[in-house]
Design a protein around this ligand. Structure first.
Ligand SMILES: Cc1cc2nc3c(=O)[nH]c(=O)nc-3n(C[C@H](O)[C@H](O)[C@H](O)COP(=O)(O)OP(=O)(O)OC[C@H]3O[C@@H](n4cnc5c(N)ncnc54)[C@H](O)[C@@H]3O)c2cc1C
Length: 397
C-alpha cells in the first residue's frame, strides 16, 4: 500500500476541469495531495473543434498535468484507477493508494447509445487526437476530385460547433458535402430561442443536408443506417453525442458531492450523478471542483458539509465564422462578435490553470495572447468591423 507523509491524505482521480480546480484549492502545506489521471495532459475541450478548421493545431490546447501539479506542490501519477473503496484506490498496476478523503472527477462517459458500429467506425471530436484525424481526412479530400461525404451525428452543442468549424474551412470546397443527423427534429433543441432556424438559415446555400427526427440504428464503414430504415452514405462519420454521468455506485452523490456509498469519497463534474441533473458544462465542473475542495477540508476537520448551489451562467456556442450564440435561460443572443468572448475564456482559462512562473513561461503566455489577437480579437473587435457586426446582433426568443 502506497501512502505518503503525515498530513491528511487527499486523492483526486481525474485531472480535468473539476479535478484540477479542486487540486488548486487544496494547499500543499496542509494536505498531502495525489492527483491521478490516465493521460499526461489536460486538453482544453471547449475549443477542440477549432482543430478541424486548422485555427488551432491541438498542441496549444494541451497543458502538462505534471507541470501544473509540480507548481502546486502536489504529486501527479499517470495511472488508471480501476477501483475505489472507502479508504484506498486500486491502480491498474495493482498498487493501492491510501487516502483520508478522495475526490472522483473522472468526467462523463461518451454516449454512443449502444449503437452498433459507432465506436468502431465513427470518429470522436472529444479529444485532440480525434479532431486532428478528422482535420487530416478533410484536408486530404481537398487534394483530389472525389466527393467526401461527412456526417455529423448529433445536432447539440458539440455537433453544431464541429459542423461550423468544418464549414469555416471547407464550405467553398466542392469536394466536401455535409449532413447533420439527429433523432431530434430540431438543431440545438435543448437551447432557447429557436436556434434551429438560425443555424439552417446560415447554411441555406451551402452543401449541407439535415436528416433530422431519426436516430442512427448502426454505423458501417460506408455509411449509416437510420431507425426508419433509410441509409445515408458517409465517408467520414463524426460522433458528436452527449456525455453521460458515470453509472457506478460511487457516482450517486448528494448535493454536498459526498458519495452515497463511502463518506470519505466525493464525486464531482461530469462523473457526478446528482439531482438536479446539471448540464455537462465546463463552468459547472470548475465550480464543483472548487466547492468540493472546501467540503473535503470540512470533512477532514469534522465540520458539517455544505450544499452546492449551482450558478446559472450563459453558454457560448460557436458556429464557425458564421455565427456565435450566447444561450441564457429562456432566450439566446446571436452575434459573430461573441466568438471573441469564447477565445477570451480560452486564453484566460489557460492562464488561470497554468500561470507563468518564470521568463520562459511568460514568453509562452504572450505567444498564446498574440495568436489570439491575430486570429480572433483584431479581426472581430477592430472598430470598423465591430460597427458592422453590432448591427447584426440578434435577440432570439
Ligand atoms: C468536445 C467538447 C466540447 C465542449 N465544449 C464546452 C463548452 O464550449 N463550454 C462548456 O462549458 N463545456 C464544454 N464541454 C463540456 C466540458 O468540457 C465538461 O463538462 C468538462 O470537461 C467536465 O469536466 P470534468 O473534470 O468533470 O471531466 P473531464 O474534463 O472529462 O476530465 C476527466 C478526467 O478524468 C480522467 N479519467 C477518467 N477515468 C479515469 C480513471 N479511471 N483513472 C484515471 N483518470 C481517469 C480522464 O483522463 C480525464 O482527464 C465540452 C466537452 C467536450 C467533450
Amino acid at each position: 500500500m502506497l501512502g505518503f507523509g503525515s498530513k491528511p491524505r487527499v486523492c483526486i482521480v481525474g485531472a480535468g476541469f473539476a479535478g484540477l480546480n479542486a487540486a488548486q484549492q487544496l494547499k500543499s502545506s496542509k494536505y498531502d495531495v495525489t492527483v491521478i489521471d490516465r493521460e499526461p495532459c489536460i486538453e482544453w475541450l471547449p475549443n477542440l473543434h477549432e482543430i478541424i478548421s486548422g485555427r488551432k493545431n491541438g498542441e496549444e490546447l494541451k497543458l502538462s498535468r505534471k507541470r501544473i501539479m509540480a507548481r502546486l506542490g502536489h504529486r501527479f501519477c499517470q495511472n488508471t484507477v480501476v477501483d475505489v473503496s472507502g479508504t484506498s484506490l486500486l491502480l491498474d498496476t495493482g498498487d493501492l493508494i491510501a487516502f483520508d478523503a478522495c475526490v472522483i472527477a473522472t468526467g462523463g462517459l461518451d454516449d454512443f447509445s449502444g449503437v452498433p458500429g459507432a465506436m468502431q467506425f465513427a470518429y470522436s471530436a472529444k479529444n485532440v487526437a480525434g479532431c486532428q484525424h478528422i482535420a487530416k481526412v478533410m484536408r486530404r479530400a481537398t487534394l483530389g476530385h472525389r466527393t467526401l461525404k461527412v456526417s455529423v451525428v448529433g445536432a447539440g452543442v458539440e455537433g453544431v460547433e464541429v459542423l461550423g468549424e468544418a464549414l469555416r474551412a471547407y464550405r467553398h470546397r466542392p469536394q466536401l458535402e455535409f449532413q447533420m443527423v439527429d433523432a431530434n427534429k430540431q438543431v440545438l433543441s435543448q437551447c432557447a430561442g429557436n436556434l434551429d432556424n438560425a443555424v439552417r438559415r446560415h447554411v441555406d446555400k451551402l452543401s449541407v443536408d439535415f436528416c433530422m427526427g431519426n436516430g442512427v440504428a448502426s454505423v458501417e464503414k460506408e455509411g449509416l443506417y437510420l431507425q426508419n430504415g433509410k441509409t445515408l452514405e458517409s465517408d467520414l462519420t463524426i460522433w458528436a453525442g452527449d456525455v453521460l454521468p458515470t453509472k457506478q455506485q460511487w457516482g450517486r452523490v448528494s448535493s454536498t458531492f459526498q458519495s452515497h456509498r463511502f463518506e470519505s469519497v466525493f464525486v464531482v463534474g461530469g462523473a457526478a450523478d446528482m439531482p438536479p441533473i446539471l448540464a455537462k458544462e465546463a463552468f459547472h465542473a470548475i465550480d464543483m471542483g472548487r466547492f468540493v475542495a472546501m467540503n473535503v477540508e470540512r470533512l477532514l476537520s469534522g465540520k458539517r458539509l455544505k450544499r452546492f448551489d449551482p450558478a446559472t451562467k450563459p453558454q457560448v456556442v460557436s458556429f464557425g465564422d458564421l455565427d456565435t450564440f450566447m444561450i441564457f435561460n429562456g432566450f439566446s443572443v446571436s452575434s459573430s462578435m461573441l466568438g471573441a468572448a469564447k477565445e477570451m475564456v480560452y486564453t484566460l482559462g489557460l492562464l488561470q490553470l497554468s500561470p507563468p512562473t518564470n521568463p520562459k513561461d511568460f514568453v509562452n503566455t504572450l505567444d498564446v495572447f498574440q495568436r489570439s489577437m491575430r486570429r480572433v480579437y483584431l479581426p472581430t473587435l477592430n472598430p470598423v468591423s465591430m460597427m458592422g457586426k453590432l448591427t447584426r446582433a440578434r435577440l432570439l426568443t
